[in-house]
Design a protein around this ligand. Structure first.
Ligand code: GUN
Ligand code: FE
Length: 439
């Protein structure tokens, strides 16, 4: 298949607004796809010569063709708990989230939500995501089964939590270990699936469960590790009170040997320089979740301090604390969060971050996040005039940078014209029926 359009892909992190060496842009471009992989990307005139005469052409002009978007932190069982009103983190978890996640004890429910979750990601142009499942092993089966049915490269794992949560959501250190072991054996590396060892956060894991997590990480260096860190002041006070021997919140995880370059730490808002430097030294990734940090009233992620101290960071929706599956809307909020702190996020840096930047955070830059020869053919087609107000605004746009910025600031799933997973078009055609009023 030959995918034709205005192709944009990155080769490096843009260092400034006009660092044109960081990206490749082909005004009349094409991506040649065969067997789920990118054969080559470039000018249509050159790439079409590589294709056989009988190649199927998908002509998306004048839309933009980019690598599929990547979301590095969200919660699959919170799909139906987005927009839960009025509480900050700990109250929100207890009032809404720990109630919602109990529904995933039922395999049929987990399977239904997993299907909808994957479709929602794809509608928003996200082809790879890293998600927490619920404490129930069945929820992980539902998650990877739904991903496999669509051919998606998805990362995830069973959340481990053995205290400060309702009975029905608690495992034990041994059970968390045994179930995680079995799920890794079943799913990690099966098709495109990759496993993330997932102790929820210090508050919901006893020292015994942290030790079990340490063992799992030591036994499975091929897997990711994910948790939450320094999101909210009450959370930090509670977490550090539970681990009095730790120097600070970050040190809780460091003491259990969890910090490594395959670790993703959600939020990282109130870290000291010492803590960010500890992340930098270990190669662990701080995950910026702008819509969630605003929605839960958590705080502002300080990207410049991460950059200055040499720590890695990525971006994510954090659905259901996050309010949208859209990475465009997420970067819109990221821009505003940084702006409030006098920091800039250029349009090219933003699109880099949703694609190659997040792929690098996952160590998957050979496979996803760009359209180089040999990459997986996960591709999104973006219509930068997907809403009427955008179309009117776009008439005055004078550069690609300006177009990208408008797309990010005003765009959402209505701007996703098509999405390809391993070369296959996946965008659900037609609108869903709207439910009649229930109230
Ligand atoms: N900290 C521990 N669990 C969660 C969660 O589900 N969402 C968010 N935003 N923070 C958390
Ligand atoms: Fe989260």
């Amino acid at each position: 298949r030959l995918i034709r359009g205005r192709v944009l892909t990155f080769v490096a992190e843009p260092k400034g607004i006009d660092d044109t060496a960081a990206w490749r842009y082909f005004e009349d471009g094409a991506v040649l796809v065969r067997g789920g992989k990118v054969v080559d990307t470039g000018d249509y005139a050159d790439i079409s010569k590589l294709a056989g005469a009988d190649v199927e052409v998908a002509d998306h002009r004048p839309h933009l063709v980019l690598p599929g978007l990547i979301d590095t932190h969200l919660h699959f069982p919170q799909t139906q708990a987005i927009a839960s009103y009025g509480a900050q983190l700990l109250e929100w978890l207890n009032t809404y989230i720990f109630v919602e996640e109990q529904k995933f004890a039922e395999a049929a429910h987990a399977a239904a939500v997993a299907d909808r979750f994957m479709d929602e990601l794809l509608s928003n142009g996200t082809t790879t995501a890293v998600a927490y499942c619920s404490v129930h092993a069945e929820s992980v089966d539902a998650y990877f089964t739904a991903a496999e049915a669509r051919g998606m490269r998805m990362i995830g794992g069973k959340v481990m939590m053995d205290r400060n949560a309702p009975d029905a959501l608690r495992d034990t250190p041994q059970q968390g270990y045994d179930e995680t072991k079995a799920l890794i054996a079943k799913w990690h590396g099966r098709g495109r699936a990759l496993y993330a060892i997932s102790p929820r956060f210090a508050i919901t894991s006893t020292p015994e469960q942290m030790e079990m997590s340490q063992t799992l990480v030591a036994e499975h260096p091929e897997c990711y590790v994910q948790t939450h860190l320094s999101e909210n002041r009450d959370e930090i006070a509670f977490a550090t009170s539970l681990y009095p021997a730790a120097k600070d919140y970050t040190d809780i995880y460091a003491r259990y040997g969890l910090l490594n370059e395959r670790m993703l730490l959600g939020h990282c808002i109130y870290l000291s320089d010492r803590e960010i430097s500890a992340l930098a030294e270990s190669g662990a990734v701080g995950v910026f979740c702008p819509t969630s940090n605003l929605f839960l009233g958590s705080g502002l992620f300080d990207r410049d301090r991460f950059d200055r101290l040499g720590a890695r960071w990525s971006v994510a929706t954090d659905v259901g604390g996050g309010t949208s599956f859209s990475m465009l809307e997420t970067m819109d909020e990221a821009y505003k969060v940084l702006h409030l702190q006098g920091q800039r996020l250029t349009p090219f840096a933003s699109f880099y971050r949703m694609t190659l930047g997040n792929a690098r955070a996952l160590g998957l830059e050979k496979q996803i996040g760009s359209l180089h020869a040999g990459a997986d053919a996960d591709i999104v087609v973006l219509d930068s005039s997907g809403k009427s107000a955008m179309e009117y605004r776009m008439r005055t746009a004078r550069s690609l940078a300006e177009e990208l910025f408008i797309l990010q600031t005003m765009g959402d799933d209505r701007c996703v014209a098509e999405v390809y997973v391993a070369g296959k078009p996946m965008k659900a055609k037609g609108k869903r029926a709207t439910a009649a009023s229930r109230f």
